[in-house]
Design a protein around this ligand. Structure first.
Ligand code: GAR
Length: 205
C-alpha cells in the first residue's frame, strides 16, 4: 500500500493529533503521520508527538510578527521538506490566507467542535449552551478560504443534556472528534472524498 504522508498542525494539547497517530498505527490505514507542526513552542502536543516517535517541528508565528505570508511560506517549506501529501488542522488556532489554502486545496482538513454550518468560530460549547440548542457535535471539513465553511467530510452529534456545562459538553464532543477525524483522513487518503465531489454533494442536499 502506498500510504499518503500526512502532517498534523497543532497549537495546543494535541488530543486529535494523538487520535490520528493511534489510528495510523493500523496496518491497513492509508496514511502515515509523517510530521507534526506547532505554531507555538509551548504546545503540549509537541512532546506527545515526540514521545510517539513522530517528527515534531515548530514554526513560530510570533517570529514573523504581522507578516502572515512569511509565516505561511515557512510552514509550507516545512511541509515540503517532509514530502507531505495531506494536512490535518487539529486545534491549529491560526487563520490561513487564501494563498496557503489554495496551495493545499483538496488536501487539507480541519476539525471543528460544532455541527457546521452552525456555530462557526470560537467558544462553540458555551455558545451552544447559551443558545439552548438540543444537539451539538463535531465536524471534519475541507479547508476553504472562508473560515469553517468548507464541504463536510464527517460529522457526528450528541444530545445536549439539561445539566451540561461547557466542560461536560466539550468532553463528550471530544470523544466524537477522536472518532471522526481518523475516519475523515482515511476517506481522503483513499481518494473516497475530494473537494469537488464533496462540494457537489453539499450542493445536492
Ligand atoms: C478541538 O476541540 C478542536 O475541535 C478545536 O480545538 C480543540 C483542540 O483540541 N478546534 C477549533 O476550535 C478550531 N477552531 P486538541 O488539541 O486536544 O486536539
Amino acid at each position: 500500500m502506498n500510504r499518503k504522508r500526512a502532517a498534523v498542525l497543532i497549537s495546543g494539547r494535541g488530543s486529535n493529533m494523538m487520535a490520528l497517530i493511534e489510528a495510523a498505527k493500523a496496518d491497513d490505514y492509508p496514511a502515515v503521520i509523517a510530521l507534526v507542526v506547532s505554531n507555538r513552542h509551548d504546545a503540549p502536543g509537541l512532546e506527545r508527538a515526540r514521545d510517539a516517535g513522530i517528527p515534531a517541528a515548530v514554526v513560530d508565528h510570533a517570529r514573523f510578527g504581522e507578516d502572515r505570508a512569511a509565516f505561511e511560506q515557512a510552514l509550507d517549506a516545512k511541509l515540503r521538506e517532509h514530502r507531505i501529501d495531506l494536512v490535518c488542522l487539529a486545534g491549529f488556532m491560526r487563520l490561513l490566507t487564501p494563498w496557503f489554502v489554495a496551495r493545499w486545496s483538496g488536501r487539507m482538513l480541519n476539525i471543528h467542535p460544532a455541527l457546521l454550518p452552525q456555530f462557526k468560530g470560537l467558544h462553540t460549547h458555551r455558545r451552544v449552551l447559551e443558545a439552548g440548542a438540543t444537539r451539538h457535535g463535531a465536524t471534519v471539513h475541507f479547508v476553504v478560504p472562508e473560515m469553517d465553511a468548507g464541504p463536510i467530510v464527517e460529522q457526528e452529534s450528541v444530545a445536549v443534556r439539561d445539566d451540561d456545562t461547557e466542560a461536560t459538553l466539550s468532553a463528550r464532543v471530544l470523544e466524537l472528534e477522536h472518532r471522526i477525524y481518523p475516519r475523515a483522513l482515511r476517506a481522503l487518503a483513499e481518494g473516497k472524498v475530494g473537494l469537488t465531489a464533496a462540494a457537489d454533494q453539499a450542493k445536492a442536499k
